[in-house]
Design a protein around this ligand. Structure first.
Ligand SMILES: Cc1cc2nc3c(=O)[nH]c(=O)nc-3n(C[C@H](O)[C@H](O)[C@H](O)COP(=O)(O)OP(=O)(O)OC[C@H]3O[C@@H](n4cnc5c(N)ncnc54)[C@H](O)[C@@H]3O)c2cc1C
Length: 451
């Protein structure tokens, strides 16, 4: 492959978004040996790591240890982190084309899907996305006043995010103390009157998307019993024999175990319900959720849910919809509005030269952290294969980019700044017997800098 890049003038790539897909893309770019490369990873937030910090449940700390590998990538002199720089606001597509030979969009999928039923805009009805952002201390949600006055909560959806939000609602302060949940959320949850949480799946237990380890945790909560209706997890012998997926088999085992238990009389309960669809969120005269009407379903031969017309009302005052994340369009970048992704062929952005994508904004919001590693490595392989045809940028130096950002008054947060904040958060947490006490306001984050 012939290309113009040299050690003095390496391939310069701008990666937009420092979540797993962005960091794995940077890692793949410096690990490949076909040509010298230099990477600037931008994020609109001062903090790196995307949903590892702001999505992954605060009580699943071992999962977050993946960031140790990410630190290695950022400590390589060929990679820079430029936090607090938003694509589309602080830097445009035009700016990046002038300063980089290639652009990689790895902005994730920060929007959410709606249920499309009456009552969705009532007070107390929101997306799990918003709730997760709030308890994880995302700066966009830091100012949000979250009133936790519900004794009953319905969580619509049967993926791992539904399990996460339900578990966080049901854990005691003692249990949450060991997590890195945002301080304001710990305080609010300590005073939460929640007694019953219903997780609702439209289809059967065999179609649920969660993983067994996360499901099992509901059998181990100190203050909550797991409640499952035996008839909702019953699968006939022929269908059971046809299940080839091991995760589904294990999930059914766990759910049947829950259904055979006699509740221990703990003060809280998690109800795992299947074959029910929400049809209307009911409201009181103050415009607040007062119940959720659901319809029972059966499954047709293709495994689709079919309503029976039989309804019941769940006594809830809060409804969290957890029915999927959705990509958001970036200014000046093609967008497939139907799928909520940047249209691409194996990571090459459609109709563009020198522009690539990876992660949730490339393939849609599914897959665990590790899925993004292969995904990013595959896209980088295409970028490297294209190196001879890339439009070579004219103002291609770090100093040019720094000068532009300075001229625009952008307060860039470096990786060393983030490390100072990281140390501060851990020290604050330890003083309170916790692993970390997150700083949630952007202006406060920006106050912690490398000395
Ligand atoms: C609630 C939740 C819990 C999860 N739990 C787990 C788990 O336990 N284990 C697991 O393996 N996976 C988990 N996942 C999945 C995992 O988080 C994703 O696979 C992964 O984060 C996707 O990576 P990404 O880089 O594509 O997107 P993201 O992680 O979303 O990163 C995107 C980054 O782009 C930045 N960005 C967005 N717009 C701009 C812009 N205009 N300019 C600059 N920067 C921008 C964002 O600030 C963000 O930092 C969870 C996901 C969610 C939602």
């Amino acid at each position: 492959m012939s290309h113009p890049f040299t050690t003095e003038r390496p391939l310069r790539v701008a990666v937009i978004g420092s979540g797993p897909s962005g960091v794995y893309a940077a890692e793949a770019l410096i690990k490949q040996t076909a040509l010298p490369a230099e990477v600037d990873v931008f994020d609109r937030l001062p903090t790196p790591y995307g949903l590892v910090r702001y999505g992954v449940a605060p009580d699943h700390l071992t999962i977050k240890s993946v960031t140790r590998g990410f630190e290695k990538t950022f400590s390589d002199p060929r990679v820079r982190f430029l936090g607090n720089v938003e694509f589309g606001k602080d830097l445009t597509h035009h700016d990046l084309k002038a300063h980089y030979d290639a652009i990689m969009y790895t902005v994730g999928a920060s929007g959410d899907r709606r249920l499309g039923i009456a009552g969705e805009d009532l007070g107390g009805s929101m997306s799990a996305t918003e709730f997760v952002a709030w308890y994880n201390g995302h700066p966009d949600a830091a100012a949000r006043e979250m009133v936790l006055s519900a004794s009953g909560v319905a969580v619509v959806g049967v993926g791992n995010v539904a399990l996460d939000v339900s578990r966080i609602l049901l854990k005691t302060v003692g249990e949450l103390q060991a997590s890195d949940i945002a301080p304001h959320a710990l305080e609010a949850l300590a005073n939460s009157p929640v007694k019953d949480v219903w997780i609702l799946g439209r289809r059967g237990a065999a179609q649920a998307k969660f993983t067994t380890k996360e499901l099992r945790e509901f059998g181990e909560l100190s203050e909550a019993d797991a409640v499952v209706k035996p008839q909702e997890v019953a699968v006939d012998e022929a269908s059971e024999a046809a299940i080839s997926d091991n995760v589904v088999k294990k999930n059914l085992e766990v759910l049947r175990d829950f259904s055979s238990r006699t509740p221990e009389g703990k003060p809280r309960r998690i109800h795992l319900r299947f074959l029910v669809s929400p049809v209307e969120i009911l409201g009181d005269e103050d415009g607040h959720v007062s119940g959720l009407k659901v319809e029972r379903n059966t499954l047709d031969d293709s495994g689709n849910a079919v309503g029976t017309g039989e309804t019941e009302v769940l006594p809830v005052q809060m409804v969290l919809r957890s029915v999927g994340y959705r990509g958001v369009a970036l200014p000046g970048v093609p967008f497939d509005d139907r799928r909520g992704v940047i249209p691409n062929t194996e990571g090459r952005v459609e109709g563009r030269t020198g522009e690539y994508t990876s992660g949730w904004i490339k393939r849609g919001p599914s897959g665990v952290i590790g899925t993004n590693r292969k995904d990013a490595t595959d896209t980088v392989a295409h970028l490297i294969a294209d190196a001879g045809t890339l439009p070579v940028a004219e103002q291609a130096s770090r100093a040019d980019v720094d000068a532009l950002l300075k001229e625009r008054g952008v307060d860039v947060y470096t990786f060393a700044d983030w490390q100072a904040l990281d140390t501060h958060e851990q020290a604050q947490g330890q003083a309170q017997g916790r692993p970390r006490a997150k700083v949630v306001h952007k202006h406060e984050m920006l106050g912690h800098r490398q000395k």
